[in-house]
Design a protein around this ligand. Structure first.
Ligand SMILES: NC(=O)c1ccc[n+]([C@@H]2O[C@H](COP(=O)([O-])OP(=O)(O)OC[C@H]3O[C@@H](n4cnc5c(N)ncnc54)[C@H](O)[C@@H]3O)[C@@H](O)[C@H]2O)c1
Length: 255
């Protein structure tokens, strides 16, 4: 099946790296005009150029997604270039791995801002245009960490719990305006984020060895596998799916 996002304007936050990069490429191949929102220091410009070279349309709008003014500007930039956003992938996020008693108030605020406030800001900036356009679909990146805790990750787990519920609450409030909203909840993924997490947990003595990962989820998830799940939820193939959590974890949370 191809052309699953034909005629849609897809905005991918964190679209220059990891699963966001896989999603930017996949959504462009599926016919979307792609707005990549990522840090000014990211590869966003190169990713947009790559999509354009392959015959697609894309624009890079640099922003720190935890900053309200920057998010408003980025959404205005994408909308001005490509039209109203009708597919939003709220993906950007990061993590802090640390014993809870060593974490600080600043770290709590920073992680809540990057992982949770970003979804609030981005969704609030995109929704009016999406509603005016007749509707659309939103996918928020949650995690297995929203429902299964890992030691040293209290702050991260808490932010993902909030993303988990944010997706559901948006779905319920905006169903009558033809907006669907769902969450993807991946297990450990082979990205910079996932590799950093495994390395840090190992340093703190948490067993995330290849054998432990194999027991929990068979193997590391590939970023493209998360992008495919997001594509399904953004496309019309999931037209009656809203307010749900799609676990992309190969049984991690089923066991
Ligand atoms: N990797 C995993 O194992 C895993 C598992 C479950 C959920 N997740 C979730 O996936 C998301 C990112 O993971 P990834 O694996 O694709 O990571 P990644 O680190 O490879 O990519 C994240 C992208 O987000 C961007 N980004 C980070 N902070 C930003 C900010 N403040 N403003 C704008 N852009 C920012 C980065 O520049 C990068 O391009 C997070 O929401 C994370 O919670 C990851």
């Amino acid at each position: 099946m191809s052309g699953q996002l034909e005629g849609r304007v897809a905005l991918v936050s964190g679209g220059a790296g990891g699963c966001g990069l896989a999603a930017s490429r996949l959504f462009a191949r599926e016919g979307a005009l792609v707005g990549i929102v990522d840090l000014p220091t990211s590869d966003g410009a190169a990713v947009a150029a790559e999509i354009i070279r392959s015959g697609g349309r894309a624009v890079f709008a640099p922003a720190d997604v935890s900053n309200g003014a920057a998010v408003s500007q980025a959404v205005a930039h994408v909308t001005g270039e490509l039209g109203p956003v009708t597919a939003l992938f709220n993906h950007a996020g990061t993590l802090i791995v640390k014993p809870f008693l060593d974490t600080s108030e600043e770290e709590w605020d920073r992680l809540m801002a990057i992982n949770v406030r970003s979804m609030f800001l981005m969704t609030k900036a995109v929704l009016p245009g999406m509603i005016d356009a007749g509707g659309g679909s939103i996918v928020c990146t949650s995690s297995i960490s929203a429902v299964a805790a890992t030691p040293m990750e209290v702050l991260y787990d808490t932010t993902k719990g909030a993303c988990h519920m944010f997706a559901r609450a948006i779905a319920v409030e905006f169903r009558d305006r033809n907006i669907r909203c769902n969450a993807v909840c991946p297990g450990f993924i082979k990205t910079a984020h996932g590799n950093r997490e495994v390395e840090a947990l190992t340093r703190y003595g948490v067993d995330v060895s290849d054998a432990a990962i194999a027991a929990q989820q068979g193997r590391m998830c590939e970023p493209e596998e998360v992008a495919e799940a997001a594509l399904f939820l953004l496309s019309d193939r999931s037209s009656f799916v809203s307010g749900t959590h799609l676990f992309v974890d190969n049984c991690f949370t089923a066991m």
